[in-house]
Design a protein around this ligand. Structure first.
Ligand code: ATP
Ligand code: MG
Ligand code: MG
Ligand code: MG
Length: 477
């Protein structure tokens, strides 16, 4: 039986019953009390090995991280902080662990230290909580879309399209390096390196997702995405997961409404189903904040913040309004931005986004209608001819968590934009076909799953919310 299931019951309901529990030793006190953890909860089960009942040779092998199978009777506990304990009738050591060389001590380790020990860090309470919440969020994502009748479409990992044209792609090659076709000047001929053609790892499933939306009406993708980001920020990974719904017959407002409803839904889901893990992370965060000077501390605790977000409307405003607010802010006048506000048309930097959410509105923000020049070719041109129906959702403490738009469904406008932005038709004919054969207004967005998990768990570094982070500095296993 799982320890979580056991602890959720009234100890009386187990009286006289024999149960078997398997897990790893966290601590062993007084040659008698084993704190056993099986990963289902951070609460350890106290196993009591009655003095004199077990061989000294067996007791010696009960060390931190050894794995055990214990059978015995559940009895109400007199100890503090627990309602029941397991009186061991038999203890079997499944796997020994040499406590002298086991890298984790039964004390608090720094997150940096644990990043170096990424292969074992799930065995700590912090990471166990984070990854149980990650699991629950993933489940909630599927539940949300399934309940609405969306089709889960698996878009390809290896693809010839570069959705963003941002040049952040990993190339996929089938050839040994020395056989890679070369151009006349000796440089690599990328056009032919995947069985004679050019491919890369997907940076977004959106373009393929649009093919699904224009057949099923509403689809979503949820899978790994790759970007050759050579930046070491706390919000970028080279491999991350993205959720990308794409909906026919939606305009930008419908799109924003869905995104807001979706974000609130998955947060509510973990508040209702993962309270123990959230409370654990909330108290961890509160401890950490105590080390900070008064003015650097957050106004709300983690739970309070999440409840605030699900109970309040996101702030909606246009890019043009945002530039106005930023340009007229004291922050800008006192030259506190690293990138000063130069006027309409400039791209917003994360410091500007964070100013808007954290200092100005103090709530999530949906920013819409960006200048066409700083956004991708597929975003729908507005009537003003200058802006596109784009939206970014910005979250306090994180910055951008969602990027989305209404897509350009008018064939002539799309073709004109592709030409102006140098998007090659020979690579995009299949995409353009959706506008040729029964085109419809449609929209979608991409939510960075890890950034969402950061927001929900309060973890400040994105490397701590994905099991095996891929960054320029880590790709070991
Ligand atoms: P940023 O401006 O933060 O670099 P972006 O505008 O390049 O993000 P989009 O192309 O809009 O990102 O992708 C959609 C979402 O995917 C983003 O809103 C973000 O949540 C997430 N995302 C983008 N790049 C990364 C990354 N390198 N690591 C983790 N998540 C990312
Ligand atoms: Mg980026
Ligand atoms: Mg961005
Ligand atoms: Mg974006």
């Amino acid at each position: 039986i799982k320890i979580k299931t056991l602890l959720a019951q009234d100890p009386e309901s187990y009286r006289e019953q024999e149960v078997t529990v398997m897990g790893w030793v966290r601590t062993f006190r007084n040659n008698q009390f084993i704190a056993l953890n099986d990963g289902s909860t951070n609460t350890n089960l106290q196993v009591v090995a009655e003095l004199g009942k077990f061989d000294e040779s067996l007791l010696k092998r009960i060390t931190t991280s050894a794995s055990l199978k214990v059978t015995g009777a559940i009895v109400p506990s007199l100890g503090k902080g627990q309602t029941m304990e397991l009186k061991a009738a038999s203890i079997e050591i499944l796997g020994d662990s040499d406590a002298e060389v086991y890298p984790l001590q039964p004390k608090k380790h720094s997150l940096e230290f644990l990043r170096e020990k990424a292969h074992l860090r799930f065995r700590t309470n912090t990471f166990a909580s984070v990854f149980r919440i990650r699991h629950a969020l993933a489940f909630a994502v599927h539940k949300f879309f399934n309940d609405k009748g969306f089709v889960y479409l698996h878009t390809p990992i290896i693809t010839a399209s570069d959705a963003e044209g941002a040049g952040e792609m990993f190339r996929v090659t089938t050839l040994p390096f020395e056989d890679t076709p070369k151009n006349e000047d000796g440089s690599i001929n990328f056009k032919e390196d995947f069985f004679g053609r050019s491919t890369n790892l997907t940076v977004s499933g959106q373009l393929e997702g649009e093919l699904g939306a224009t057949a099923f009406g509403e689809i979503y993708t949820f899978g790994p995405t790759f970007r050759a980001e050579n930046s070491n920020t706390a919000r970028h990974l080279a491999e991350f997961w993205m959720i990308e719904p794409e909906m026919a017959f939606y305009d930008l407002e419908d799109n924003a409404n869905l995104a807001e409803e979706f974000i609130k839904y998955i947060i509510r889901y973990v508040l209702e189903n993962n309270r123990e893990d959230l409370d654990f992370l909330a108290s961890r965060l509160a401890e950490e904040e105590k080390q900070l000077p008064q003015d650097k501390r957050s106004e709300m605790g983690l739970i309070e913040k999440l409840e605030f977000v699900i109970n309040n409307e996101f702030q909606r405003l246009t890019y043009t309004e945002a530039i106005d607010i930023l340009a007229n802010s004291n922050h800008n006048k006192k030259k506190k931005f690293q990138y000063p506000i130069t006027g309409w048309g400039m791209d917003l930097q994360s410091e500007h986004e964070r100013y808007l959410v954290e200092k100005h509105f103090k709530k999530p923000v949906i920013l819409t209608d960006y200048p066409a020049g700083i956004k991708s070719f597929y975003m729908r041109l507005n009537e003003d001819g200058k802006t596109v129906a784009a939206m970014d959702i910005l979250a306090p403490g994180i910055g951008e968590i969602v990027g989305g738009s209404q897509r350009e469904e008018r064939l002539d406008v799309l073709l004109e934009k592709m030409k102006a932005m140098h998007i090659p038709m020979e690579e995009m004919w299949w995409y353009v076909d959706t506008r040729r054969f029964g085109t419809v207004p449609h929209a979608g967005f991409g939510l960075g799953f890890e950034r969402m998990i950061q927001f929900v768990t309060g973890m400040s570094n994105i490397r701590d919310v994905i099991a095996f982070p891929r960054t320029p500095k880590s790709a070991e296993f």
